[in-house]
Design a protein around this ligand. Structure first.
Ligand code: SF4
Length: 398
């Protein structure tokens, strides 16, 4: 593996609302343990993972993706998982160097890596920084030990605070995640925890409600009546408290679950939500690419070792590559764009769907306070609409 440092990050490139950007997502599919609420493509291995073999496969799949995408200028790279902070710095360096060989990667692009507090070490963090990572997203999830244990996390609050301090020291940008709407969590509990979180935050926080995903241990426990989550009304109260506190503290929501100081939004996630193009590399990664006048959706094999063998044999682990109909693109644009407080560009939606919103449906949703127009050009959900986002999207997309 090389020790090349391909990036010299300067200031993050400002997000241009008219340009969704072009992102590259790399999926590292391994975790030290499986959290009981998680349905991500993450796997636990009791033998060391052969990182060099995976790097070779990432680089190989990159070549295939580069042929599909053509030459593009990258605005962001995101290493997600799984737990990417289980990668050695040399692995991260080799992946970033590979991306820089295949696509144009100007100075200052956003390069994010997800990290878990249990796998944080100063030396590793410095290695990631030297490789070019300029933003870290920490899976803190809770700021009390009882709830961290309940969530099956391997770290405690001391580990989390140590990781936050280190991330602030080493990386220009840092975000961390919390999960709320936990069993028996009161508004007062969450209010105190969130204020504490805001005091540790730099410019970005991701705040997710605990949800029950089919196939997870929490889903089974809930079905058996052994796990009770806050009901819809309590969840709505917690959501509204979240919006109020973060807005007051200067980190307003820019997406359903994401909060940032203006200008510090995640460039990479904005590419998804603004329905831009992105390449997905690694097991279970998805991509969207505009090529030859069409938009194609790609998806790779989820199982890590099967993906590895497929890449070694065929140069990629793709299990799906399909051209999206214009109507499918319109639905995806709406689904993504309505998550954002900036809303969705109506002209773009109209162009893809061949029609604007149905006037009666739109008026109904406006009258009930779920959506609003931003001038003539954009449509967005109100905070009340964000609480029933799926229903609003389904209603408008018809
Ligand atoms: S650390 Fe993250 S990706 Fe891994 S199992 Fe837990 S929630 Fe899932």
């Amino acid at each position: 593996m090389t020790a090349v440092t391909p990036f010299a990050p300067k200031q993050p490139i400002a997000a241009d609302p008219l340009d969704p950007g072009f992102g590259i997502y790399v999926h590292w599919p391994f975790c030290a343990a499986k959290c009981p609420y998680c349905d991500f493509n993450s796997h636990v291995r009791h033998q060391p993972v052969d990182q060099e073999r995976f790097v070779a496969a990432f680089l190989k799949e990159m070549e295939t993706m580069r042929r599909l995408s053509g030459p593009r200028t990258v605005t962001s790279i995101f290493m997600g998982g799984g737990t990417p902070s289980l990668m050695a710095p040399a692995t991260v360096d080799a992946i970033l160097s590979g991306i820089a060989r295949h696509w144009h990667t100007p100075d200052g692009i956003e390069i994010t890596m997800e990290a878990n507090p249990s796998s944080v070490e100063a030396e590793r963090f410095r290695g990631y920084r030297a490789a070019g990572v300029n933003r870290v997203s920490l899976g803190v999830q809770a700021l009390n030990d009882r709830d961290l244990k309940f969530l099956g996390r391997l770290h405690d609050v001391d580990d989390a605070l140590k990781a936050i301090r280190l991330a602030r020291e080493i990386f220009p940008r840092m975000s961390f995640d919390l999960i709320y709407a936990r069993p028996n969590q009161t508004v007062a509990d969450w209010d105190a925890e969130l204020k504490q979180a805001v005091s540790y935050a730099v410019d970005h926080l991701s705040l997710y409600q605990l949800t029950l995903e089919e196939g997870t241990p929490f889903f089974g426990l809930h079905k058996a009546g052994k796990l009770v989550l806050p009901d819809g009304e309590q969840s709505a109260i917690l959501y509204e408290a979240t919006q109020e506190i973060t807005a007051r503290e200067g980190l307003p929501a820019y997406e359903v679950s994401n909060h940032a100081r203006p200008g510090a939004e995640s460039r990479h996630n904005l590419t998804y939500w603004r329905y831009g193009d992105y390449v997905g590399i690694g097991p279970g990664a998805h991509g969207r690419l505009s090529t030859g006048g069409a938009k194609i959706a790609t998806a790779t094999e989820r199982h890590p070792e099967t993906w590895l063998s497929q890449v070694e044999a065929n140069g990629h682990g793709m299990v799906n590559q399909e051209v999206l109909e214009l109507s499918e693109q319109a639905d995806e644009l709406l689904l993504m764009g309505l998550r954002l407080t900036e809303g969705v560009d109506l002209a773009r939606w109209q162009m893809l769907s061949g029609h604007g919103p149905d006037p009666d449906r739109e008026q109904f949703l406006i009258d009930h306070g779920f959506i609003e127009r931003l001038g003539n050009s954009r449509l967005r959900c109100t905070p009340a609409g964000m609480l029933i986002l799926d229903a609003v999207v389904a209603d408008l997309a018809c």
